[in-house]
Design a protein around this ligand. Structure first.
Ligand code: EPU
Length: 428
């Protein structure tokens, strides 16, 4: 297994290219299962989670070609509607094939994802929505077997108990080929939902309200090709904000969506960072370059995670690592997942002063973090350990970096380009 070796204490400076969004790419990929036409998706990040989705597609009999950062997908013929345990256990987002397969082929059998490192994460919301559309759901042998009624899924009014992100995505895709109109209430409002709506619109679906808590979808009889360019990854962007912040850096994130980063920008500015949106030379006003200058000393913060546009749970671990080296005591509350503090024990090994009170971390900033061998159990926790290691005195070794490879494109190359002392050691 590979590890990253990081010598801390170097200030990051320079430009960094932000890759396409992982969590936007995965549902957009799944949406290609809705059409018999060939689909083209650009700016897809080269990540293990994307490769896992491609492997699942190949298992379904779908043809996936890679051409640089473009994926060309032909789902005209499929050989099975089953997503097996060996693939789903690697990546929970595999469950995104459920909605499109049931909508187009009338049936899907998908392994239940089960628990994961950050919490129980059931899929009951996805299943209740499909039932509201007339589907029959059977849970047996660790699989969920979903069958559409004769004549296909029917449009429905679906009210979510919680604004589940992949739940909203699954049902938007299912509704796209359903008979009649569907309304999803208490829908997730994350930018990835808006991106999926754009991709579905390119196929001929009529959608309104994506990005609000009420989404309406007019089902179609058949759909055209999906044509989409994936937008920049807001969590990768936020992670580089945190890296610049903790190293007193001066980093320019190239071509990002500042509007997707509002709560991250607000918190890091409150902690003392100078953050500026630069627009010169960028024609499309949706995008900007983001310059982040870290202060000599970060200040403590009180932050609770929340669904978008609140502070993202996917940025909690990275912020917490920064607060471990800030002046004062921070209170960081996790409200989305019940078990997303696996990084805390490892940060303690690096000299952090953190106490846990249920889902609240009380973080007393320390003067020095010290390099240590550490390992993490999930993607964002691993990123937080890299952040702490960039600041810590001495050498850190980050083990189990396959988590990082799931969600960060060439992290060590990007950090080396910014002046970090980091290298990957390949172990057999
Ligand atoms: N939940 C239920 N029932 C459901 C679905 C969700 O109780 O049927 C609960 C979950 O257990 C959790 C909460 O609802 O407590 C929110 O979960 P959600 O369904 O929104 O999460 P997700 O769709 O499985 C996506 C991202 C995660 C991100 C969360 C929250 C993808 C592929 N994954 O997961 O990203 O943390 O939304 O924003 O989009 C990551 O990239 O590191 C990552 C974990």
């Amino acid at each position: 297994m590979d590890k990253l070796v990081i010598e801390g204490g170097f200030r990051l400076s320079g430009d960094v290219q932000i890759s396409g969004s992982k969590n936007a790419s995965l549902p957009v990929l799944a949406a290609t299962l809705l059409t018999e036409e060939q689909s083209f998706i650009q700016n897809v990040p080269s990540l293990d989670d994307i490769r896992t989705m491609s492997t699942l597609f190949q298992h379904l009999g779908v043809n996936v070609q890679t051409n640089g950062d473009e994926l060309i997908i032909d789902a005209r013929h499929i050989s099975t509607v089953e997503a097996t345990y060996d693939i789903v256990r690697k990546m929970r987002a595999s469950v995104l094939v459920l909605g499109p397969l049931v909508a187009r082929f009338g049936r899907a059998r998908v392994s239940l994802p089960g628990g994961c490192a950050i919490g129980a994460r059931p899929i009951d919301i996805h299943l209740k929505g499909l039932e509201a559309m007339g589907a029959h759901v059977l849970l047996e042998h660790g699989y969920v077997d979903v069958t559409a009624p004769a004549g296909g899924l029917r449009g429905a009014r679906i009210i979510f108990d919680l604004p589940s992100v992949t739940g909203t995505e699954n049902l938007m895709m299912a509704a796209s080929l359903a008979r009649g109109d569907t309304t999803i209430e208490n829908a997730a409002q994350e930018p990835e939902i808006v991106e999926l709506a754009e991709a579905l619109t390119s196929m001929g679906v009529k959608i309104s309200g994506a990005g609000t808590d009420r989404i309406q979808i007019e089902g179609q009889e058949c759909l055209g090709p999906l044509l989409h360019t994936v937008g920049p990854d807001r969590i990768e962007s936020g992670t580089f904000v945190a890296m610049a912040a903790i190293t007193q850096g001066d980093v320019v994130l190239k071509r990002v969506r500042a509007d997707h980063l509002r709560s991250t920008i607000a918190q890091f500015m409150k902690a003392g960072c100078e953050i500026t949106e630069l627009r010169s030379g960028i024609k499309d006003e949706k995008y900007c370059d983001l310059r982040v200058i870290g202060p000599n000393q970060l200040r403590a913060l009180d932050v609770s995670t929340a669904p978008y546009p609140g502070f993202a749970t996917d940025m909690q671990a990275q912020l917490l690592a920064c607060m471990a080296a800030a002046e004062g005591t921070s209170h960081i509350e996790e409200t989305i997942f019940e078990n997303r503090f696996m990084h805390v024990l490892e940060l303690l090994r690096m000299g952090a002063d953190i106490s846990m009170h249920g889902n609240l971390a009380v973080v007393k900033g320390v003067k020095h973090l010290s390099g240590a061998p550490v390992m993490a159990t999930d993607l964002r926790a691993s990123a937080s350990l890299v952040i702490a290691a960039l600041k810590a005195q001495g050498i850190s070794e980050i083990l189990r970096i396959y988590h990082l490879d799931r969600g960060y494109v060439k992290l060590e190359d990007k950090l080396t380009g910014l002046g970090a002392r980091i290298h990957r050691v390949t172990q057999k």
